[in-house]
Design a binder for this molecule. Structure first.
Ligand SMILES: Cc1cc2nc3c(=O)[nH]c(=O)nc-3n(C[C@H](O)[C@H](O)[C@H](O)COP(=O)(O)OP(=O)(O)OC[C@H]3O[C@@H](n4cnc5c(N)ncnc54)[C@H](O)[C@@H]3O)c2cc1C
Length: 459
């Protein structure tokens, strides 16, 4: 018997996969007995916001992830394909028909029982009679969150997502930025350490950063644009409930003209080689993926509208032509520090019969949540059968996502969408592939699907 907490995208997919492998599954879903701030119906797999599953093409990493899921018999993908609506290269769905379709399939499956109740504790797998999958999502109810925190360690469960924008390395003007770490040894000896920075504006002087230096005039122009830019609408429940260490950059800016220069834009400890002096203010860019083609703006979590982010952040010296891979955001999001807790099979390292899946496991997005549920369901079935769980290779999108959530840097962990940047790079590239990103991405996808086929063969 497998117990699944939460019947969202991850929980529904996990239930389907486990039941398809002959397991008896109980899904505990609290709606409609108790709802969340954003869910509106009692359907399983309700889409809480956009109706888009993003790109459906193989030159895009999320397009690849969806194709891999189809090949693994995904319920979420099958129903999404059945109820798709016109959306160009993206897969968008009729949201009502989608959630109703998933609900119908789950409740009519003979191996699955859906119990409508809020669980306020995590069942002990030894007592419950089999593996347990926690898939209660970003809006996990407070009493259960408390129990999960006790289980994984209070410092390993987060309640807010504060994401800084990420730009493509190729689009940074290298003639305007300089590479340095704060208080590098050549500038200042180890005897004078920098006081610790706030949680979200981290530069402990550990690694190399790209630094964008501002003159006083440039700072003034940037500050004006930032404090007058339009913010995205936020859900009522989220209004102004931010951690002090993770304030949106525009909220910090409103506290005073120099607040940023003493916070995430502080220039101290960074000498600009071109002038030999400290700049008036600095924005730091931190390498964000192993391939070094993505850089994030350190401490720039924000609620500005996406168009406004592009306009305002392109005023940062060196980012005039920046291409944004992902925009910043701040929203309520309950998730564990995956790399500190999980194995790449989505099992808790210290409790192999306990799994996390979905947004709470430290992934970001509808498709990624369902994908982690898919693998957790397969592996929970394996554990219930006494077989060894496994994960697809890192050359696949499924495997790369699982590897990222279990092996990224636990000190700075942030949930991620699937991107080609977190997948294993191609072993060999000719000149055409080096130059042509679309062709390169298609080659990565072709390799992924071939490798997934081999894994399915041995799974
Ligand atoms: C406001 C908001 C907007 C988002 N918008 C998007 C978007 O547009 N596109 C995108 O790709 N991603 C979006 N996400 C991120 C994420 O992809 C979705 O939240 C997605 O639904 C996550 O899937 P899940 O299965 O992990 O969680 P959910 O789909 O939320 O499912 C979790 C389920 O667990 C249930 N539950 C919670 N606590 C308990 C309990 N104690 N006992 C029993 N059941 C419980 C809930 O009722 C829910 O049905 C958004 C997230 C939020 C918070």
């Amino acid at each position: 018997m497998i117990h699944i907490l939460g019947g969202g995208l991850a929980g529904s997919e996990a239930a389907w996969q486990a039941a398809s492998r002959g397991q008896r599954v109980v899904v505990h879903e609290m709606r409609p007995v108790r709802s969340t701030e954003v869910h509106r119906t009692d359907c399983l797999a309700e889409l809480v916001c956009s109706n888009s599953f993003r790109s459906d093409k193989l030159d895009n990493a999320v397009g690849l992830l969806k194709e891999e899921m189809r090949r693994l018999g995904s319920l979420i993908m099958r129903v999404a394909d059945e109820v798709r609506v016109p959306a160009g290269a993206a897969l968008a769905v009729d949201r009502e028909r989608f959630a109703e379709g998933v609900t119908r399939e789950i409740v009519s499956h003979p191996g699955i029982t859906v119990v409508r109740e809020e669980l306020t504790d995590v069942p002990d797998p030894a007592v419950a009679g089999g593996p347990v999958i926690i898939a209660t999502g970003p809006l996990t109810s407070p009493s259960l969150s408390e129990r999960i925190a006790a289980l994984v360690g209070h410092s390993q469960l987060y309640f807010y997502d504060a994401v800084s924008p990420i730009v493509l390395a190729d689009s940074i003007d290298r003639s305007r930025v300089f590479r340095a770490s704060r208080w590098s040894r050549s500038l200042r000896g180890p005897a004078a350490p920098e006081p610790p920075a706030p949680a979200c504006a981290v530069d402990e002087g550990e690694g190399d950063y790209l630094n964008c230096p501002f003159t006083a005039q440039e700072y003034e122009t940037f500050y004006q644009a930032l404090t007058t830019a339009e913010r995205a609408t936020v859900h009522d429940v989220e209004k102004e409930k931010f951690f002090e260490g993770c304030l949106p950059i525009e909220v910090m800016a409103h506290r005073g003209v120099d607040t940023l220069r003493f916070g995430p834009m502080k220039p101290v400890g960074l000498i600009e080689p071109r002038t030999g002096r400290q700049a008036y203010a600095i924005v730091q860019l931190r390498q964000d993926n192993m391939a070094a083609d993505h850089f994030s703006l350190v401490g720039f979590q924000t609620q500005l509208k996406w168009g406004e982010q592009a306009r305002v952040f392109r005023l940062i010296p060196g980012l005039e032509h920046a291409e944004f891979v992902r925009f910043g955001l701040v929203h309520r999001n309950t998730y564990i520090n995956g790399p500190a807790v999980l194995a790449e099979t989505w099992q808790v390292r210290s409790r192999p019969d306990l799994f996390f899946a979905g947004q709470i496991s430290g992934v970001e997005g509808y498709v990624e949540s369902a994908a982690s549920g898919l693998l957790a369901g397969i592996n929970a079935a394996a554990v219930a059968d006494g077989r060894a769980p496994s994960a697809p290779p890192r050359t696949t999108a499924m495997g790369a996502l699982a590897y990222y959530a279990s092996h990224a840097d636990a000190r700075h962990y942030q949930p991620s969408n699937i991107t080609f940047g977190i997948m294993a790079p191609l072993e060999q590239m000719d000149r055409r592939l080096r130059r042509d990103r679309k062709a390169r991405n298609e080659a990565i996808s072709a390799r992924a699907l071939a490798d997934l086929g081999l894994w399915i063969g041995i799974e």
